[in-house]
Ligand binder design. Structure first.
Ligand SMILES: Nc1ncnc2c1ncn2[C@@H]1O[C@H](COP(=O)(O)OP(=O)(O)OP(=O)(O)O)[C@@H](O)[C@H]1O
Ligand SMILES: [Mg+2]
Length: 249
């Protein structure tokens, strides 16, 4: 199925090591493997460039460029990246995935808000939940200020232990915010190895974690790329307009 407008999905979280690079690469590759889109590409906006090398190792035919935005002298990249996002948005069937750096500055955060959705990997640990919540609040406030439903904020529970019930932790944490909680990705030895071994589609598809990744990709396709979340928010907005109350606290 082709999409209406180009979509930009930014993987972000100011906390380092939550899974932004790993998940943005795997999701980009899996979106490409569905053959559903005219173009799927990845931008690595982190100076480390780790997602470029990972993506090239798991698939050699997905366009991937490096626009690090974390330093003062990278301001030109912010401008170039914004142009690229605008171009992507105007073309039907395009998907642009952006892997963003930890601790982005204000300019970086403002650039992120031009995405269709911000995908936030986060584990249910106290090392990651509070920082993630602060980030969600910041994005939520920016959205409220500019009165936009975009970017959608999608939290992807990551590194979840297999037998641990995780959903209550996330609901408790993000309850008062405009956040959608996606399917979880479990803690996986494969994900730890993916940077060091040679993998391709056939090998990845045999891994147990593949079903988790497939759930996340299907979720992003349905709710973000095929615009079901837009529809839900439009209905919700009409409801709010009719019922006077602003449910946002
Ligand atoms: N579901 C998972 N199971 C096991 N290990 C994981 C999982 N997700 C990520 N990791 C591991 O966590 C580490 C950090 O992941 P990654 O580099 O993707 O995080 P990041 O958010 O991009 O970090 P940075 O902010 O430094 O760019 C990597 O070693 C990766 O293999
Ligand atoms: Mg990274």
């Amino acid at each position: 199925m082709t999409v209406k407008r180009g979509k930009i999905l930014s993987f972000a979280n100011p906390k380092g090591g939550v899974g932004k690079s790993t998940l943005s690469c795997l999701v980009t590759a899996m979106l490409k493997w569905t053959n559903s889109y005219n173009s799927v590409q990845l931008i690595d906006a982190d100076k480390q460039g780790s997602s470029i090398s990972l993506l090239q190792r798991i698939s050699d035919n997905i366009p991937c460029s490096h626009y690090p935005i974390s330093y003062e002298y990278d301001k030109l990249n912010v401008i170039l990246l914004e142009q690229l996002m605008n171009n992507c948005r105007m073309q039907t069937g395009n998907v642009l995935v952006i892997d963003t750096p930890a601790r982005p500055d204000q300019e970086g955060i403002e650039l992120l808000t031009k995405s269709h959705a911000i995908i936030i990997p986060c584990s249910n640990t106290l090392a990651e939940l509070p920082i993630t919540l602060d980030f969600v609040k910041k994005i939520d406030d920016l959205k409220a200020r500019i009165k936009k439903i975009h970017p959608h904020i999608v939290v992807i529970p990551n590194k979840i232990h297999l037998n641990r019930k995780h959903i209550d932790d996330f609901i408790k944490y993000f309850d008062n915010h405009d956040v959608v909680i996606g399917p979880p990705i479990h803690d996986s030895a494969f994900i730890r190895k993916v940077y060091t071994k040679q993998y391709d589609y056939k090998k990845i598809a045999q891994e147990t974690i593949f079903s988790d990744l497939t759930n996340v990709v299907n979720f992003l396709k349905k709710y973000v790329i095929d615009e079901e979340l837009d529809e839900i928010y439009r209905v919700d907005k009409a409801y709010k307009d009719e019922n006077i109350t602003n449910l946002r606290t």
